[in-house]
Design a protein around this ligand. Structure first.
Ligand code: AHR
Length: 531
């Protein structure tokens, strides 16, 4: 069977389990699942950029979350919180998307450079004032401090090609232009590296309500004139140019992907794209109404059902891309994903504040697994959002900081960054509740750069443990070591007062006859290495 065939089989089984129509008998009453990995059938690389983050000027995502200013009593380096930097370094964030989001299409970069910063407004998010104290240099400093790359979204909605082109010249040229001198005078003589460039954001909605045809004509202009001049990025490490793509499953987004990709197939020397963005939140219904905490098994299973729809959505838009780009030159970048719930009572609804629970950790693992299975096309993703907003990794309040359950999933999955996908075969079994049937178990496997084998397991069932029998073809497995994340309730969470409720704990397996058996706790995510 081809590698792609095996991957397809896994997602087909998951799909069938969703409809309660598993082809083979589902996991038995003892909840035993046999998983086999063929280590000789290495697939594509799982691009580390699928573990990207998104930091928008929204609520306390930037101000207080990252930026406290150099005069703050909160320990900081040039105004950037030291505690947040240390936490993000530990999860090896590959790229950070900034400044938005909807904010990006109203952002004018000049307001955020130099000594004098203009105070403007943030009409999208609470109508608050924007001090612009966190601008280009501060963002680049932050990215540098956490050891990450910059993914910059340019303003197509209310800006001009000239404004965006000058911003890129300001950031990237090494030639002695006026903008280069201004950058140097503002503290950074060397050109900045921009790994990824978003040409607009949700241009079908908050980015200007454009038709696909209108966006396409704009995008071609920006693609032509917005250049990265960094000498180190001309041949190697070229900047990805990412066009706005679909925002869901409606026909208008099918049309959008068709329009952009059809044009791409016929593109000429004068414009190009190397990425297409996709946004898909796990929300249930708009406006977001699911509670982020204080829920039970019914809401747990419903949200996980919604989140698993990501797989079909990627397949649908990948198929359109395959039609016009069979060589898969254009990456699909899921640059906004994650859970979007009702705002926490008492919070500013424009700040998108929600709680982060064990359910979100499981949701994150399931999505990362989906991205890994589509790694041939999905080569980037950015969870929304990094700090204090939506499905955040980190929550801060003045000098306090706490790491969310989702943070720990990103930490446990670090070995999968730039690893090689390995096909996994298993019968997921079925977990059912209130008329919803979901796969009981999900799993992915990969080989890291040192040849070490890693497996991630999720037990979606909140009531029953699962016993895994793991067989790696061609490998006599002797031991495993790793970590598991679970807690007593589906809505267990970490707080400033109790930060260690949902934290990873060691997990081990028994080796017998070259196979490994390990027990997955109910509602848990485990990542192990196999020796
Ligand atoms: O992440 C919050 C918002 O969701 C972003 O600004 C926008 O792109 C999307 O609608």
């Amino acid at each position: 069977m081809t590698k792609r065939g095996v991957r397809f089989e896994c997602s087909l089984l998951a799909g069938l389990a969703l409809t309660g129509l598993a082809l083979t008998p589902s996991a038995t009453a003892t909840e035993k699942v046999a998983i086999s990995i063929d280590a000789s059938k290495a697939g594509v690389q799982i691009n580390r950029n699928i573990f990207g983050q998104f930091a928008e000027h929204l609520g306390h995502g930037i101000y207080d979350g990252i930026w406290v200013g150099p005069d703050s009593t909160i320990p900081n380096t040039r105004g950037i919180r030291n505690d947040v930097v240390a936490a993000l370094k530990a999860i090896k964030v590959p790229n950070v998307r900034w400044p938005g989001g909807c904010f990006a299409d109203e952002y004018h970069w000049r307001k955020g450079v130099g000594i004098q910063r203009s105070v403007s407004l943030n009409p999208n998010w609470g109508g608050v004032t924007e001090t612009n104290t966190f601008g280009t240099h501060e963002f680049m400093d932050f990215v540098d401090q956490i050891g990450s790359d910059a993914y910059v979204s340019i303003n197509v909605g209310s800006g001009t090609p000239q404004e965006a082109a000058e911003w890129l010249e300001y950031m990237t040229t090494a030639q002695p232009t006026t903008l280069e001198k201004e950058r140097a005078a503002n503290g950074h003589p060397a050109p900045y590296k921009i790994s990824m460039l978003g040409i607009g954001n949700e241009s079908w909605d908050c980015g200007g309500n454009m038709t696909p045809e209108y966006y396409l004509s704009q995008m071609k202009i920006y693609s032509r004139f917005v250049r990265n001049f960094n000498p180190a990025q001309q041949d190697k490490e070229q900047m990805l140019k990412i066009a706005v793509g679909p925002g869901g499953d409606e026909p208008r987004w099918t049309d959008w992907t068709e329009t952009v990709m059809k044009a791409y197939q016929q593109h000429t020397w004068s414009w190009d794209i190397t990425g297409l963005s996709m946004h898909s939140y796990t929300v249930g219904h708009w406006p977001p109404s699911y509670a982020s905490v204080g829920f039970g098994e019914t809401e747990y299973s419903q949200i996980l059902k919604y989140t698993l729809e990501m797989d079909a959505l990627i397949s649908k838009h990948s198929a359109i891309m395959d039609k016009y780009d069979p060589q898969k030159r254009v990456a699909l970048i899921i640059d906004e994903w994650g859970a979007w719930y009702a705002p926490l009572p008492g919070s500013n609804p424009g700040f998108l504040v929600q709680q982060n629970t064990l359910r979100d950790a499981i949701l994150a693992a399931l999505n990362l697994n989906i991205f890994a299975r589509h790694a041939d096309r999905v080569r980037g993703a950015n969870i929304a959002q990094m700090i204090n907003v939506l499905q955040a990794m980190i929550v801060t309040d003045k000098e306090k900081m706490v790491l969310s359950p989702t943070y720990y999933i990103f930490k446990m999955y670090v070995p999968f960054q730039d690893s090689t996908f390995l096909p996994v075969q298993f019968n997921s079994g079925t977990y059912s509740h209130g008329g919803i049937s979901l796969p009981r178990v999900d799993a992915i496997a990969a080989e890291d750069k040192d040849g070490k084998l890693w497996v991630a397991f999720t037990n979606l069932d909140p009531n029953e443990a699962v016993e895994i029998e793991l067989n790696v073809t061609g490998v006599t497995a002797k031991s495993t070591s790793g970590e598991t994340l679970t807690a007593s309730k589906v809505d267990s969470t970490n707080s400033f007062d109790a930060p260690n409720i949902v934290v990873p704990k060691p997990i081990s397996a028994k080796a017998q006859g070259g196979k490994l058996t390990l027990k997955l706790d109910p509602k848990s995510v485990s990542v192990v290495s196999v020796e």
